[in-house]
Design a protein around this ligand. Structure first.
Ligand SMILES: Cc1ncc(COP(=O)(O)O)c(C=O)c1O
Length: 392
């Protein structure tokens, strides 16, 4: 059982505003922000390299914390500045040749999808969309039928930015493994919301970001790389962190996931993300998921009676992201009005979800994303504000 009062005491901002933009960037625990500031001060006082030397164990804690979070080895984790870059690095390291097929879904994150278009054009690959069922989830039967001898990669976004349904990532992973496909899982919105076990998910890559449900600092992210696949993978970039310069003619890649890293990075952010991850683990990912589910149900029930409001999620497997449209007000106007009332939400626009929102003729939808530190009283305030648009 979570002590929500304590959790809120440990995050001063919780008591100053209503933050339903956790899918954008969650509020960090105060101790995380303090750890980041502390390290930046050390850098100023001692010098950046000297501060990093002194903080070595706190920096390296990032790998151990991530390994516990994802149930993998610490040498299967790379620090990357955000989820998009981590995903791009993973995709572009896969050995592919003209005619190879990549399969993805209409719920794929916008930047990932553009990355697929880009690579498909560069390498003359076939990019195929697998269907989603009427609940908006990957249609596993159809997916399996589509796989053919040119299929090489499966890419799935665990929870989309614009809709909070949770995709059957483990089942997709099982299909990928069965057919020998590389499986890229974007867990940007699921990391910190629920348990993630890369063995169970059977993914070869999993990317995430620090600032969302993990409550870490902005400008931080991570990439998990399956150690069994590592030697097949060549990152597009090389530097002194990723590889060792052996002779004037040669270099050797690192033999762990850190071959995907840069030498230069936001060290204070890495310390902060390691600590935020420790906090998520000690809070308990199952307890977090249960609390989020309770809050989401409370919100959805309150929304049910509201005229003109439509919730977009379609499955029975939902996360803390609740997307809605309001007949009486555009999403940007609603977001702005809520913000003036001290309630943070965000807007998912159709141009960033063309395969998902555009076919349903949505311009944009409002996204209320709940985290475990939110409360029922905050949801009541949110619903009260929503109702104002009905009455004008
Ligand atoms: C599903 C999903 N994937 C990836 C990203 C990109 O994350 P980042 O901004 O850290 O690159 C986002 C950001 O909103 C997202 O929602």
């Amino acid at each position: 059982m979570l002590d929500i009062d304590l959790v809120r005491q440990q995050c001063a901002a919780c008591n100053k505003l209503i933050h339903f933009n956790n899918a954008g960037a969650a509020l960090s625990p105060d101790s995380v922000t303090e750890a980041v500031i502390h390290h930046i001060r050390l850098e100023q006082e001692l010098g950046g390299y000297e501060a990093a030397g002194l903080a070595e164990s706190r920096v390296n804690n990032f790998y151990q914390a991530m390994a516990r979070l994802l149930h993998c080895q610490s040498d299967e984790v790379a620090y990357v500045e955000n989820a998009t870059r981590a995903w791009d690095l993973a995709l572009s390291s896969i050995p592919l040749t003209a005619g190879d097929e990549i399969i993805t879904f209409g719920s794929e994150y916008a930047s990932n999808y553009m990355g697929l278009l880009h690579l498909a054009k560069q390498k003359q690959l076939q990019l195929t969309l697998a269907p989603l069922n009427e609940e908006g989830l990957a249609d596993l039967e159809q997916l399996e039928k589509m796989i053919n001898k040119r299929s090489r990669v499966l890419a799935l976004t665990h929870i989309a930015s614009q809709r909070g349904d949770i995709q059957p990532a483990a089942e997709v992973g099982e299909i990928a493994r069965k057919h020998g496909l590389y499986y890229l899982l974007d867990a940007c919105q699921s990391a910190g919301q629920m348990e993630l076990d890369v063995g169970q998910l059977q993914c070869d890559f999993l990317c995430g970001t620090g600032r969302k449900f993990l409550r870490g600092p902005r400008g931080t992210g991570f990439l998990y790389v399956n150690a069994d696949k590592l030697n097949e993978l060549e990152p597009v970039f090389v530097d002194l962190e990723a590889a060792q310069w052996l002779s004037t003619e040669s270099f050797a890649w690192r033999d762990d996931a850190r071959r995907f890293e840069n030498f230069e990075r936001f060290v204070a952010g890495m310390i902060g993300l390691g600590l935020a991850t420790d906090i998520a683990i000690s809070t308990g990912l199952d307890a977090i998921a249960t609390r989020i589910a309770q809050l989401r149900q409370y919100l959805e029930q309150a929304l049910q009676g509201l005229e003109g409001i439509r919730v977009l999620e379609r499955s029975s497997n939902r996360s803390g992201i609740v997307s809605l449209s309001n007949e009486h007000e555009t999403a940007p106007a609603l977001k702005q009005r809520l913000q003036k009332a001290g309630i943070n939400t965000s807007v998912a626009s159709a141009i960033n979800a063309r395969l998902d929102l555009e076919p349903e003729a949505h311009q944009a939808v409002l996204r209320a994303s709940l985290h475990y530190y939110n409360t029922e009283a905050e949801i009541d305030r949110f619903v009260e504000e929503l109702q104002r648009s009905e009455t004008g």
